[in-house]
Design a protein around this ligand. Structure first.
Ligand code: MLT
Length: 201
């Protein structure tokens, strides 16, 4: 997958996995990693799917309606890519914390839903529930921060709450943070993610 890897100044830190929203790319979220943990290594990946020229991490049938078969295929593909990247760049595969926005948050949530060990933790900005009616792996010990907007028309409040419940049922530790805002990624929610990260991970 197309990506950027930036080695951090402190190799004992987590590796931050950046996953952009629809129409973004591997450059777009680099600033988030700078705020969350400026010393950490960063792996920023571009989604392999194109929707009218806009990169995404998996296909959708309509706004908010996911192509489940493609979501599963792409989740496996991303997980395999992470295994390969860990070998190539020589970082601890177990130390990966995702930071995703919108479509990128959804594939990060899908990694958690399908694999026990894909991620150590995740910061999910404006996520949705990736799949329903499946059994999640035991996510005990996984740390998740969700930032959601009270007026988000794309990722409504109920989705964020349901996602928190599903992850907690699978034993993950989840903090849900509300922004009085819509779908946009705000500086204040990124700073909030940084505060959470400092104390938790
Ligand atoms: C998705 O398709 O993943 C969500 O609707 C968010 C987005 O618009 O990317």
């Amino acid at each position: 997958m197309k990506h950027i890897f930036k080695e951090g100044t402190n190799k004992d830190k987590n590796v931050l996995l950046l996953l952009h929203g629809t129409g973004g790319n591997e450059e777009g979220l680099l600033q988030l990693a700078e705020i969350v943990d400026p010393e950490a290594s960063v792996l920023s990946v571009r989604g392999n799917v194109l929707e009218n020229g806009m990169p995404r991490f998996f296909k959708r049938l309509a706004e908010g309606v996911f192509d489940e078969e493609d979501l599963i295929f792409r989740t496996n593909e991303l997980n395999e890519f992470l295994d390969e990247a860990a070998e190539k760049y020589k970082f601890e595969r177990d130390n990966m914390v995702a930071i995703g926005y919108s479509n990128g948050a959804n594939i990060a949530a899908s990694l958690l839903f399908h694999f026990q060990d894909a991620l150590k933790g995740a910061i999910l900005h404006h996520p949705m529930v990736p799949r329903r009616d499946i059994e999640l792996p035991n996510l005990s010990g996984k740390q998740v921060f969700i930032a959601a907007g009270t007026n988000d028309p794309i990722c409504p409040q109920e989705e964020a709450i349901e996602l928190q419940q599903l992850l907690e049922k699978a034993k993950a530790d989840v903090e849900l943070y509300w922004e009085n805002n819509g779908h946009q990624l705000t500086r204040s929610e990124v700073e909030q993610a940084h505060e959470w990260y400092k104390n938790i991970i």
